[in-house]
Design a protein around this ligand. Structure first.
Ligand SMILES: [Mn+2]
Length: 352
């Protein structure tokens, strides 16, 4: 067994109060990996007190979701072990009111993101397709044949994998991912079409901010970007749910689907921290590596999917910060190495 797995196993054995956390605005991989780990601890270490805290529920029904402890503030308490899943550092898990980050307990990270995370007692990240795959690998390696995948765990496993691989379309999908999927589907065959349909639904208040994002779409060469301004939010009384959902829709379904566009970014405001804006970058495979752009702005993520936060007076000002950084990076690349930084670094997809 891997030494990191052994270290985590020993930490679990020594701990009585185990707290599981994931990133803010958890996606299905965050929820699934956390709930699979919680179930594993509950079944194989029944004397341990295990809690999974989140600020919100999953947007559709998944097994064990009633075991999520919904809390708006996450404070340090009696925990002697904190396991963070699907995130590499505190900053994407906490808000300014939380105190959990000053915990005296050991902190373990189980992640799959490629950007460098924080230092922790144990970091488990083999660059798998999703945190769910990494957690299931841990459970299987630690307990061997004794680890039984129940139909509920099978559903969670499939939900995490399908969501984070875009139904096996993204290049994070490895042969091992398919093997694990086969194993899960022998236990229970989740209706993937139905899951996809339900998880793609959006609230009606998405439509108005979506129209603003579409109006504000700008295209520079093979890049597109859009934003929303504070005046739009005030004048049109846009809601947090609506803006977040519209930003997500534009990011995932519009930006790199415009003909001639291969990558871009979308800006949205933070509704909790005044003057903070979140920037999400997306690129088609082989066109623009976006993790380093996010890293240059203090964020991180994957090669073709990354994010960061900037402080600015308004959405268009946040855009300017990003464009200035892009210009700076472009110059740096040209000066230091060979030219054509925005040309495909790998062979582009045949269909694009
Ligand atoms: Mn994930």
């Amino acid at each position: 067994m891997k030494s990191e797995y052994n270290k985590l196993r020993k930490l679990i054995e020594r701990s009585n109060n185990i707290l599981i956390l994931t990133h803010k605005g958890p996606d299905f991989d965050g929820f699934a990996s956390a709930l699979i780990l919680k179930n594993f601890l509950n079944v194989y270490y029944p004397k341990k007190n295990v809690t999974f805290r989140s600020r919100q529920h999953p947007p559709q029904k998944i097994p064990f979701m009633n075991e999520i402890l919904i809390t708006q503030r996450i404070d340090t308490d009696k925990e002697d072990l904190v396991v963070i899943v699907d995130a590499g550092s505190w900053d994407i898990c906490i808000t300014k009111d939380d105190t959990i980050q000053v915990t005296k307990s050991k902190v373990v990270i189980i992640d799959h993101h490629t950007s460098k995370g924080m230092e922790a007692e144990v970091v488990i990240n083999d660059g798998m397709s999703c945190a769910t795959e990494q957690v299931l690998d841990f459970c299987t390696k630690v307990k061997g044949k004794k680890y039984v995948i129940s139909p509920d765990i099978s559903v969670l496993g499939q939900v995490g994998i399908v969501f984070d691989t875009g139904r096996f379309a993204y290049n994070n999908t490895k042969p091992e991912t398919y093997e694990l999927m086969a194993k899960l589907r022998r236990v229970f065959e989740l209706d993937l079409e139905d899951f996809e349909y339900k998880s793609s639904k959006f609230p009606v208040e998405t439509l108005l901010p979506l129209s603003i994002y579409i109006q504000n779409m700008h295209i520079i060469d093979d890049m597109a970007y859009s934003y929303i301004n504070r005046s739009d939010i005030q004048n049109l009384k846009l809601t947090k749910i609506g803006v977040n959902s519209a930003q997500q829709f534009v990011r995932d379904n519009i930006v790199r689907y415009i003909q001639g566009v291969h990558w871009g970014f979308v800006v949205k405001p933070s509704f909790t921290t005044e003057g903070e804006w979140k920037i999400s970058f997306r690129s088609s495979q082989g066109y623009q590596e976006v993790a380093s752009i996010a890293e240059a702005l203090g964020g991180g993520g994957h090669q073709y999917s990354s994010a960061t936060r900037v402080t600015a007076d308004d959405g268009d000002k946040a855009v300017k910060i990003v464009l200035d950084t892009l210009e700076r990076l472009q110059k740096k690349v040209i000066n230091e190495t060979t030219p054509q930084p925005s040309s495909p670094s790998q062979s582009p997809l045949p269909s694009t």
